[in-house]
Design a protein around this ligand. Structure first.
Ligand SMILES: *Cc1c(COP(=O)(O)O)cnc(C)c1O
Ligand code: SF4
Length: 335
């Protein structure tokens, strides 16, 4: 057993910032000096998946620009209400892969837990925007079932904390979760998939770092940035101690029309990530989730962009272009 440094649990600044985040489309439009005629569509689009965006993320948007790549990720549009054939509620076959409530075991050696339905931002292209978090949530009372499943299967070497966003959980809840799995000997790696380092970098506190360092497993943090403008000096500064502590930092992006579907945007993202100490990992083709069809980039265009990236950047700055196909043994390369 590892003895934990006595914790200092209290409501912390990031929770206050999250409570102050923008939830009203009118406030977002006013703050960015955008035309009020965008409001009815934003209200309609927000009805079944509400708007949510922290101020620190809005601060990185360009006022007056309705095409801002960060704004496009969060502003609800009328297009979300259209039903497009092939765009469904569960595009990646999550529900059939559920081994225990909230535990997805699709790939060899890795198991993924949906730790919470909460996020610090609502991304309009989110593939889990229709995920039944109520039924499929292992927290807090069903966590024991997850632990037993992981402990019983020695082939599982990596536990992936996902969501929602696992860093929406308080440090106290995360500590409980990490404690529960710390004595599973075959678990070598702990991976967090989170957008907090981008959208609310103050979430990366010294307390959280200490918590992660105390885990016996190697820790990997996969952040989700889609555009270089998301990586400002606050993000880089928040990530630095994590990197110095030996946490591997990777990025996963989604290829999104009107956000990053150009050679300049994608190479700019890779370069900005490198400067922040993060290596590009995946560039995902959009999962065909209902309400997100307007973000789709055709495969031929995606391949073309990827080829252009390979011709322009060192290999380690070129993310793998993949798509998630239900029932496959891994993410499928498009190239
Ligand atoms: C994407 C995913 C993983 C991780 O796949 P990697 O290729 O290792 O990044 C693991 N489990 C599930 C259920 C996933 O969807
Ligand atoms: S942070 Fe991730 S899980 Fe949350 S809304 Fe955005 S894409 Fe979806």
């Amino acid at each position: 057993m590892i003895t934990r440094t006595p914790p200092r649990w209290h409501t912390v600044d990031w929770q206050k910032s999250l409570a102050r985040a923008i939830r009203d489309p009118r406030q977002l439009l006013e703050q960015l000096a955008l035309p009020a005629d965008l409001l009815p569509a934003a209200r309609a689009g927000a009805e079944d998946f509400p708007l949510l965006v922290p101020h620190s993320y809005v601060a990185r948007m360009q006022p007056g620009n309705p095409q801002d790549p960060l704004l496009r990720q969060v502003l609800p549009l009328e297009a979300e209400l259209q039903n497009v054939p092939g765009y469904v509620a569960d595009p990646v076959g999550d529900l059939p892969a559920m081994a225990r409530p909230g535990l997805l075991h699709k790939y060899h050696g890795r198991a993924l837990v949906v730790t919470t339905g909460a996020c610090g931002i609502h991304c309009r292209y989110c593939f889990r925007r229709h995920f039944p978090y109520q039924e499929a949530n292992p927290m807090p009372d069903r966590w024991q079932q997850v632990r037993e499943y992981l402990a019983a299967d020695e082939s599982i070497e990596e536990l992936i904390l996902s969501g929602g966003d696992p860093l929406s959980l308080s440090d106290q809840r995360l500590a409980g979760l990490l404690d529960a799995v710390q004595s599973i000997p075959h678990l070598k790696r702990l991976r967090l998939h989170t957008r907090y380092p981008i959208i609310l970098p103050e979430r990366l506190t010294a307390d959280l770092l200490q918590l992660l360092q105390q885990a016996p497993q190697a820790v990997i943090m996969v952040i989700h940035a889609n555009h270089a403008n998301e990586l400002d000096s606050g993000v880089t500064a928040a990530l630095a101690p994590y990197r110095q502590a030996g946490i591997s930092l990777l990025n996963q992006a989604v290829l999104l029309r009107g956000v990053n579907d150009s050679e300049a945007a994608l190479s700019g993202l890779s370069e900005a990530l490198f400067e922040a100490g993060v290596l590009p990992y995946y560039l995902h083709q959009l999962d065909p989730v209902q309400g997100a069809a307007h973000f789709a980039v055709p495969d031929t265009r995606a391949r073309g962009l990827h080829t252009a990236l390979r011709a322009r950047l060192p290999g380690y700055l070129v993310p793998r272009l993949v798509r998630e196909m239900p029932g496959e043994t891994a993410k499928s390369p498009l190239i």
